[in-house]
Design a protein around this ligand. Structure first.
Ligand SMILES: Nc1nc2c(ncn2[C@@H]2O[C@H](COP(=O)(O)OP(=O)(O)OP(=O)(O)O)[C@@H](O)[C@H]2O)c(=O)[nH]1
Length: 510
């Protein structure tokens, strides 16, 4: 809001200076004080409106103003001139806007320069209006002074003088400010044109001053205000405010030419001035409203965007952490949990504290004669065999069990709350299924890849001693090796119990 007002002040001062210059020029040339040349600047700024729909609306408003002018000026001798100028202006406006739908952001580009020049020459049909004015003066004797005071003529002056000038100033600004991007420049420039709305107010004050010296301002004045207000940030508030203002201005002008919304006036000039004042008040209100709304919108957009970015970053971080954690606990070759995961599972308490509900089984699995396998078939082939064995081990685990690769060709399974029968069944199944993989191993007496499994169960109802359980499972596995491999062995702590061998398995006393 503060920045907007500062920008407005800058434009207002510039605009006021242009208006004074226009007055001085017209006074020196024709002996009358007219602020109309300043309209050239307004119109020039208008071309920076960037939203097509607002431009279209502007055309509609311009057409409305044309009708108002026609009605208001119908009894005046200069009506044909005004009418002609208005019609041509609206048409020219339409044509030039249709031709320039792209935002006018690169003001110093040759294309833009051409457009500005084109506008300066053609835009308000000033040349033709001037010609008509001169012809009317020569053939019908209409006062040239009147023509010269008309907005048409002064528009020509304004456009011819101030558009190239404004263009040059903007161009120089851009050249001096090398770092300014085209887009930012466009935004800056259109914002400046937005504030031209209020700059208009300065001109109104100037015109009030001139009124007291006997000069008057045509109601067409409403139009540039509306144009600028509508273009000004394309804000609904601005549009609403200016539309209301213009509607009131047009209606009061049309219905009672010599009165205003606040009462009757002796002269049309006073009525017009009041209408202008009313328009200005509406514009000011809408300007303030739009500024506040725009600030709020910007703030909300920034806050939402910032919040969204934070949430997104947090989500990505969570995902990355989860991924890293998973990777840190996974064996990259077999995708089974690794030794770290196995040990932390064993340490997390659920296995030991559940001991009173059942037995905890630990199984060590080692691939037989794997060095020979590697030596004969190569390391890559060995990797494939390890993956296949890992699949078998991880495939049919009971609920809650964890299988892990704990070393080169060593695997382990941890089963909470497992009975001896279930554990032995799994050990037997693993031995069988690995053999049934039928991975050729020419240097094994079994001619295929096999595994040896050592199994150990904790004692029911007794707290689990992890270290001794693991040692025992390891010992059982070595017992299976020494018994000839391709089998499972369970060590029984009770020593006396004989568990019948299933397949290649045996149970031995510790
Ligand atoms: N291809 C492959 N081989 C591995 C990997 N990790 C360990 N090994 C190999 O596994 C072999 C293990 O050999 P040893 O410990 O002597 O045991 P073994 O030959 O299986 O003999 P037993 O265990 O007594 O039957 C070594 O040759 C290691 O190089 C691996 O990730 N990929």
């Amino acid at each position: 809001m503060k920045r907007s007002l500062i920008e407005f002040a800058k434009v207002a001062v510039t605009f006021g200076a242009f208006a004074c210059l226009g007055i001085a020029l017209t006074h020196a040339t024709w002996g009358v004080s007219s602020i109309w040349p300043a309209n050239g600047l307004i119109v020039g700024l208008f071309f920076n409106g960037r939203k097509t729909r607002w431009r279209t609306l502007t055309i509609a408003v311009a057409a409305g103003a044309l009708v108002a002018n026609l009605l208001f000026l119908r009894d005046r001798p200069a009506v044909p001139l005004f009418t002609f100028g208005n019609v041509v202006e609206v048409l020219a406006l339409w044509v030039s806007l249709s031709a320039s739908r792209a935002p006018v952001s690169a003001v110093v580009s040759p294309r833009s320069l051409f457009r500005f020049l084109l506008c300066a020459v053609l835009f308000p049909a000033t040349v033709s209006a001037l010609a008509v004015g001169v012809v009317a003066h020569l053939t019908r004797g209409w006062p040239l002074l009147f023509v010269s005071r008309s907005w048409l003529f002064s528009d020509a002056l304004g456009l011819a003088l101030f558009l190239p000038l404004g263009h040059a100033v903007r161009g120089a600004q851009r050249l001096l400010n090398i770092g300014l991007s085209r887009r930012r420049f466009g935004t800056h420039f259109s914002r400046a044109s937005v504030h031209g709305v209020l700059a208009h107010a300065i001109v109104l004050l100037v015109s009030v001053a001139t009124f007291h010296r006997g000069h008057w301002i045509p109601p067409y004045w409403v139009l540039p205000s509306v144009i600028l207000a509508v273009l000004w940030a394309g804000s609904y508030a601005a549009v609403t405010g200016t539309c209301i203002a213009s509607a009131v201005a047009v209606i009061s002008t049309v219905s009672q030419p010599f009165s205003s919304p606040l009462g009757a006036f002796a002269t049309p000039e006073k009525a017009i001035l009041e209408v202008q004042g009313f328009t200005l008040a509406c514009m000011l209100a809408s300007y303030l409203m739009a500024s506040v709304l725009a600030d709020r919108r910007r703030y909300l957009a920034q806050a939402t965007a910032g919040h969204r970015t934070q949430l997104e970053l947090a989500r990505k971080l969570r995902e990355a952490n989860a991924e890293l954690e998973a990777l840190a606990l996974q064996d990259p070759l077999t995708r089974l949990p690794n030794r770290r995961r196995f040990e932390s599972a064993f340490a997390d308490g659920s296995f030991t504290t559940n001991a009173d509900r059942g037995e905890v089984a630990v199984m060590f699995i080692d691939v037989d004669w794997f060095k020979r396998f590697n030596d004969r078939y190569g390391h890559a082939f060995g990797d494939g065999a390890l993956r296949a064995v890992a699949n078998v081990i991880g495939e049919r685990l009971p609920d809650g069990a964890i299988a892990a690769r704990i070393g080169g060709e060593e695997f382990a399974v941890l089963m909470p709350d497992a009975s001896a029968a279930v554990a032995e069944g799994l050990a037997e199944s693993i031995v069988q299924r690995v053999r049934l993989l039928s991975i050729a191993h020419a240097d094994s007496p079994y001619e295929h890849v096999t595994v040896s499994v050592g199994l150990m169960l904790s004692k029911r109802g007794v707290a689990v001693d992890r270290a001794s359980l693991l040692d025992a499972a390891d010992a059982a596995m070595y017992r299976a090796k020494s018994e000839g491999r391709n089998r499972w062995v369970r060590l029984d702590r009770d020593g006396a119990t004989h568990v019948p061998a299933i397949g290649q398995g045996t149970c031995q006393s510790v």
